[in-house]
Write a protein that binds this ligand. Structure first.
Ligand code: NAD
Length: 434
């Protein structure tokens, strides 16, 4: 099939590469000239495990190209997938649809022949109607169906999730569009495909992300409880997770949820509800509690050291497996510590450059974990990179000035750290919570 993908970000680029890998003819469009220049030079613009090799292979095979020209991609496409950003409005926190609307207005001019226009971006209920209205107004003769095709991939696992999605949600009542999507996803034989109406599909994405955010906040509340009572959060979570109704995923306490999706999507959901005259107190509480968490974590770290102490931060990305620092808890915690004039050196296996764009030179960046921890008074683990587990902690015990760890991800084995002489603090365990 001929596919045009608008937006070459964390969703659009892995999706474009994935569809090309399946043998489709894919044209990725972005209005960011720098990104397209780099991609055309064979340089990836983001880090995602396993992406680079597949990207190169498909470019070489002539199945994957990059352009700033909407006309070039859309005019020949059977399906146009919109994966532009829907960031939170800086004041209202509603989903900002300016990129969605701009892309729809532009693509409308170039539709030729029957075309499915699919929105992969996370968009408020009723956005499909808006996009359809824009296209009909600009190009009344366009033979097109506008559908919702929400994306559920997880950064860090984008390639895995692209090829093995546990569900493909398709929001449309058009039989013609359904046939196109069935053909597009025909290779995904093990994934459940659910056809629903467009508004249900738009809602499923927000409802799923808000649910996961609430679940994470719930386990963080339980961690607070365990810290007071002497129960062990990891044991509690394990016991809970054995109940198949609860499931064992998303029961890891930590510094709060972050990234480009959960914070913005919970806010957008809450905003939408208010627009319809209802409130969603569960979601609002989750937002408020999660917003408070970086300050609590920052305070815990700073309490472990004197003023002017050197804090070594391991991890800047919002999660492991990505270089994405958007709404990263690590960045938020560092910002809170900087308000208290902390002296911070940080290292992330993939996200030093993304963090530099946000924090500038307010902190020092180390080239590796050992340089970061040298002479540190406190080591704070803020992202759950498995590389940090595999570090030579014996060596770190000799490099650090004071052997103190605040593990905000409960990543390291407490007993081994204690055996090495570290004061080891983590989340949800009274005996070793500092
Ligand atoms: P992103 O910011 O990484 O990428 C968006 C891209 O769109 C940018 O490269 C931007 O230059 C481009 N763009 C914007 N307007 C354009 C236009 N008019 N024409 C061409 N290109 C344009 O965003 P992302 O993280 O990939 O997210 C995209 C959407 O997918 C969002 O709605 C997000 O909520 C949703 N989503 C994201 C994830 C994730 O893990 N990041 C997962 C599921 C869903």
């Amino acid at each position: 099939m001929k596919i045009a993908i608008i937006g070459t970000g964390y969703v659009g680029l892995p999706s474009g590469v994935g569809f090309a890998e399946l043998g489709n003819d894919v044209c990725c469009i972005d209005n960011n000239i720098n990104k397209i220049d780099l991609l055309n030079k064979g340089i990836l613009t983001l880090y995602e495990d396993g992406l680079e090799e597949m990207f190169k292979r498909n470019v070489q095979a002539g199945r994957l190209r990059f352009t700033t020209s909407m006309k070039e991609g859309v005019s020949t496409a059977d399906i146009v997938i919109s994966a532009v950003g829907t960031p939170p409005h800086p004041i209202t926190k509603e989903a900002d649809l300016q990129y969605i609307e701009a892309a729809a207005s532009e693509l409308a001019n170039y539709i030729q022949g029957y075309t499915v226009i699919a929105t992969k971006s996370t968009v408020p209920v009723g956005t499909g109607d808006k996009i359809e209205g824009i296209i009909r107004k600009i190009n009344p003769k366009a033979d097109a169906d506008v559908i919702s095709l929400p994306e559920f991939l997880r950064e860090g696992f984008a390639i895995h999730d692209f090829f093995a999605p546990d569900r493909i949600i398709v929001g449309t009542n058009s039989e013609r569009a359904r046939a196109v999507i069935k053909e597009l996803y025909a290779p995904f034989k093990n994934s459940t495909m659910l056809f629903v109406n467009r508004k249900s599909s738009e809602t499923i994405k927000y409802a799923s992300n808000a649910f996961l955010a609430v679940k994470l906040n719930y386990i963080n509340e339980m961690a607070n409880f365990c810290e007071k009572t002497g129960a062990d959060l990891d044991e509690v979570a394990k016991g809970m997770g054995l109940d198949s109704r609860i499931g064992n995923k998303f029961l890891k306490a930590g510094p709060g949820f972050g990234g480009s999706c959960f914070p913005k999507d919970t806010h957008a959901m809450s905003f939408m509800a208010r627009q319809y005259g209802i409130t969603m107190p569960l979601i609002d509480t989750t937002i408020a509690e999660n917003d408070a968490r970086p300050s609590i974590m920052a305070e815990r770290i700073l309490n472990l050291a004197d003023a002017n102490a050197k804090i070594a931060v391991l991890g800047l990305a919002f999660k492991d497996g990505t270089d994405d620092c958007r709404t990263s808890p690590a960045i938020q915690i560092i910002s809170k510590m900087l308000e208290k004039k902390a002296n911070i050196t940080a290292y992330d296996p993939k996200a030093n450059i993304s963090a530099l764009k946000i924090l500038g030179n307010k902190i020092a960046y180390a080239e590796n974990a050992y340089d970061a921890v040298k002479d540190a008074d406190v080591i704070a683990i803020l992202t759950e990179w498995k590389q940090f587990k595999e570090l030579d902690w014996h060596k770190i015990a000799t490099l650090a000035k004071s052997k103190t760890i605040m593990d905000c991800r409960n990543l390291l084995p407490a007993d081994e750290m204690q055996a090495l002489g570290f004061t080891y603090c983590c989340i949800g365990k009274r005996d070793i919570t500092c």
